[in-house]
Design a protein around this ligand. Structure first.
Ligand code: ADP
Ligand code: MG
Length: 277
C-alpha cells in the first residue's frame, strides 16, 4: 500500500523538478565556479555566470580582469582547472572548440577574418557547415567563378545578407567593405555556421559611434526576430548599455557585479575597478 505522504512527496518532488526545468531553460548557458590558472596567475577565480536565452548579455571589466579567458573556456579553447560549463543543460566542460562550435556556440573574433579575396556571398558560403552534399551541383554564384554549393545554402546566405543589410554588396570582394561592414560580415558567417549563442569580442571597436549604433541595433534585430543569444565583451559601454539586457562586471578574475546594465555601470565597485586598474 502506498502511504499518502509518499504520494505528496512524489508530487512535490515532481513540482520542484518542473520548477527547476523552467528556471534552467531560461538560460542557454551557464558556468559554475570556473578556475583557470596560467602558472602563478589566477586568471579566473571561481567565475559563475548565467547567460539568458534570446538576450544580449554584456561582459565588462578592466584589462586583465579575465574576460577573454572566460570566453576561451566557454568556447573550448582552454580547459578550466576547476568548474563547469553547462550548455542547454549539458556539461560541455573541456570539449574541443570544433565540437562546441558545432553545437551552436560561435565565437566572432575581435578582428574580423574574412577571406578578403572572396566576395561577400562566397564568404558566407565558406562558413556553411559541411553538410550532406548528396545532390551537389555547380551554381553560378559569382561573376568570377563557379562554386560547388547547394542552392539551399545560397538561399540561406542571401537571407542572412539581407538581414545584415549586405545583400546589395553580395558580389563585392570583402576588401571593398567598410570596417563596420566587415564586422557584420563576421556576424553573417557566424549565423551561416549555425550560431545560436554568439560570443563577440568588441563588436564596436574601431568603428565610429554611428556605425557602432548600427551594429548593435542589428544585433537586437537578430535577437528579437531570430532568437539569437549574445554574450558580448565591449569597451564602448556607453553605446552598448542602450542595447544590452543584462551585464556582468569582472575584476581580478572574479565577477564583482551583475544586473541591468545601468546598475552595473554605476556600481561603485565597478567604477573603482576601472580607476584602480
Ligand atoms: N595564455 C596566457 N598565458 C599566460 N597568462 C595569461 C594568458 N591569457 C591570459 N593570461 C593572464 O590572465 C589574466 C586575464 O587575462 P584576460 O583574460 O586576457 O583579461 P581581459 O580579457 O579581461 O583583458 C591576465 O593577468 C593575463 O595576463
Ligand atoms: Mg581581453
Amino acid at each position: 500500500m502506498v502511504k499518502p505522504w509518499a504520494r505528496v512527496m512524489a508530487v512535490s518532488t515532481q513540482a520542484a523538478r518542473a520548477e527547476q526545468r523552467v528556471a534552467t531553460s531560461d538560460f542557454i548557458l551557464w558556468t559554475e565556479g570556473i578556475v583557470k590558472r596560467f602558472g602563478g596567475v589566477v586568471a579566473l577565480d571561481g567565475v559563475s555566470v548565467r547567460i539568458p536565452r534570446k538576450r544580449i548579455t554584456l561582459l565588462i571589466g578592466p584589462n586583465g580582469s579575465g574576460k577573454t579567458t572566460l570566453v576561451n573556456v566557454i568556447s573550448g579553447f582552454y580547459a578550466p582547472d576547476a568548474g563547469k560549463v553547462i550548455y542547454e543543460g549539458k556539461d560541455i566542460t573541456g570539449k574541443p572548440p570544433h565540437l562546441i562550435a558545432r553545437m551552436g556556440i560561435i565565437r566572432t573574433f575581435q578582428i574580423p577574418k574574412p577571406f578578403l579575396n572572396l566576395t561577400v556571398l562566397e564568404n558566407l558560403l565558406a562558413a556553411n557547415p559541411p553538410g550532406s552534399y548528396e545532390n551537389p551541383y555547380l551554381a553560378w554564384v559569382s561573376k568570377r567563378r563557379w562554386i560547388r554549393v547547394e542552392d539551399e545554402a545560397v538561399e540561406r546566405a542571401f537571407k542572412i545578407l539581407k538581414l545584415l543589410g549586405l545583400d546589395k554588396e553580395w558580389d563585392q570582394r570583402a576588401t571593398a567593405l567598410s570596417g563596420a561592414g566587415l564586422k557584420l560580415l563576421e556576424v553573417g558567417r557566424a549565423l551561416m555556421s549555425g550560431a545560436r549563442l554568439m560570443i563577440m569580442d568588441e563588436p564596436a571597436a574601431g568603428v565610429n559611434p554611428a556605425k557602432a549604433h548600427e551594429i548593435f541595433s542589428t544585433l537586437t534585430r537578430l535577437r528579437d526576430e531570430h532568437g539569437i543569444t549574445f554574450f558580448i565583451i565591449e569597451h564602448r559601454i556607453d553605446i552598448a548599455a542602450k542595447y544590452v539586457d543584462y551585464a556582468y562586471a569582472m575584476h581580478l578574475g572574479r565577477v564583482i557585479s551583475e544586473g541591468p546594465p545601468e546598475k552595473v555601470l554605476h556600481d561603485p565597485r565597478v567604477i573603482e575597478s576601472y580607476i584602480g586598474g
